[in-house]
Write a protein that binds this ligand. Structure first.
Ligand code: PEP
Ligand code: MN
Length: 339
C-alpha cells in the first residue's frame, strides 16, 4: 500500500504514520517528493487492508494499493524519476548522460590506469572494470580479485573517476563495497536472491543488469529485492537478451528503455558491448540508446583489445571510443541533455 501524505504534512505526522505501519507488522519506506511525501508500506499482501485505517490519521491524504508486484521500484509509488548518486559527484538520472567505460577485466596496473586516463580524456565520467569475473567456462580468466579492486582504487586516485565493478557472491559483498563506488550485479546473477538481498544492505549504489532470459517484470522484481532491504540506489542496465539471432552475441532490447521509463522511476543504463558482442555495432547502439532516453551507457574499452583477457572482440579501442563520444555529444544535446 502507499500512504500519500497531504502536501503540508510535517515530520510529526509522518513519524506517527511510520510508527503505526510498524505496529501493524509492515516495513515503512519513506519517499520524499517535491510537493509531498509518500510512504510505502511493504509486507504481507493478503492482510494489507488493515493499512486502510491509516486514512484516518492526521496528515494522511489517502491510502492506495500498489497494483504492480514490484512496489518500491514502481512508478505508482514515485512518479518523478529517481537520481542515483555515485561517489561524490556523479548523478545518474539527471540531465547529464553518464558514460561508464573501461575494460571488461582488470588485467594489470598499467592496463587499468592507461584505460582510466584514456576514457577520462574522451569524456567518460565513470570507470568500469571487472575484478571478480563470472565466466561461462571455469578455465577462462577469473579476474584478479582483491588485487584488481586495489588497482581500480589506484586508477580512481589518479584520475578522480569513481568506478563500478561486479560482485559475484554474497560472501564478497563487504569486500567489494569497501573499495567500489558502485557494485554491479551481472546478468548471470540477476536472480541470485541471496546476493540481491546482501547488496541491498551494503550502502553503495547498485548497477543491476538484466538477466539474459529475464522479462521486464522479473527484472523489476530483482530491483525490488535490493530496494526492500533499504537500498534505493538502484540503476537498471539492459545488456541484451538471448534470442534466436546469432549474428549478434545477444539482442539488445532498446525498447526496454521506454517500457522501463513508464513502469519505474529508476534510472536506465544501456550496455551495447555485451548487447551486441562486436565492437562494430557498439557506437550505433550508443547513439540509439541516448536518443531513446537512456540515462547512461556502460561501454567496454581496452587499450589493446586483441590481447584482452576477456571480451576483446566487443571492446572499443580508445580512439574509436573518443570518436564515438564526440558524436554522442550531439545526440545528447539534441535531446536537451549533456554528456
Ligand atoms: C561484464 O560487465 O563484463 C559482464 C560480465 O556483463 P554481463 O553480466 O552483462 O554479461
Ligand atoms: Mn565483459
Amino acid at each position: 500500500m502507499i500512504i500519500v501524505m497531504k502536501a503540508g504534512a510535517g515530520k510529526k505526522d509522518r513519524d506517527e504514520v511510520v510508527k503505526r505501519i510498524k505496529e501493524l507488522g509492515y516495513k515503512p519506506h519513506i519517499i520524499h517528493g517535491t510537493t509531498r511525501d509518500v510512504i510505502g508500506a511493504i509486507g504481507d499482501e493478503r492482510a494489507k487492508l488493515v493499512l486502510q485505517s491509516l486514512e484516518n490519521m492526521h496528515g494522511v491524504e489517502s491510502v492506495v494499493p500498489i497494483l504492480q508486484p514490484y512496489k518500491l521500484a514502481s512508478s505508482e509509488v514515485k512518479q518523478e524519476p529517481s537520481q542515483v548518486k555515485v561517489g561524490d559527484s556523479v548523478i545518474i538520472g539527471g540531465s547529464q548522460v553518464v558514460v561508464m567505460a573501461g575494460p571488461c577485466s582488470v588485467e594489470s596496473e598499467e592496463q587499468i590506469i592507461e584505460s582510466a586516463r584514456l576514457v577520462k580524456a574522451a569524456g567518460a565520467t565513470m570507470l568500469r572494470g571487472g575484478a571478480f569475473k563470472p565466466r561461462t567456462s571455469p578455465y577462462s580468466f577469473q579476474g584478479l580479485e582483491e588485487e584488481g579492486l586495489k588497482l581500480l582504487a589506484k586508477a580512481r586516485e589518479l584520475t578522480g573517476l569513481p568506478f563500478v565493478t561486479e560482485v559475484i557472491n554474497p560472501e564478497t559483498v563487504d569486500l567489494v563495497a569497501d573499495y567500489a563506488d558502485m557494485l554491479q550485479i551481472g546478468a548471470r546473477n540477476s536472480q541470485n536472491f541471496a546476493l540481491l538481498k546482501k547488496v541491498g544492505q551494503c550502502g553503495k549504489p547498485i548497477l543491476l543488469k538484466r538477466g539474459m532470459a529475464m522479462n521486464i517484470q522479473e527484472f523489476l522484481m530483482s530491483a525490488e529485492y535490493i530496494m526492500s532491504e533499504g537500498n534505493q540506489g538502484v540503476v537498471l542496465c539492459e545488456r541484451g537478451i538471448r534470442t534466436f539471432e546469432t549474428a549478434t552475441r545477444n539482442t539488445l532490447d532498446l525498447s526496454a528503455i521506454p517500457v522501463l521509463k513508464l513502469k519505474t522511476h529508476l534510472p536506465v543504463v544501456i550496455d551495447p558491448s555485451h548487447g551486441t558482442g562486436n565492437y562494430h555495432y557498439v557506437a550505433p547502439m550508443c547513439y540509439a540508446a541516448v536518443a531513446a532516453g537512456a540515462d547512461g551507457l556502460i561501454v567496454e574499452v581496452h587499450p589493446d583489445p586483441e590481447r584482452a583477457s576477456s571480451d576483446g572482440p566487443q571492446s572499443l579501442k580508445p580512439k574509436k571510443f573518443a570518436a564515438m563520444m564526440e558524436k554522442l555529444r550531439l545526440f545528447a544535446e539534441a535531446d536537451g541533455r549533456t554528456l
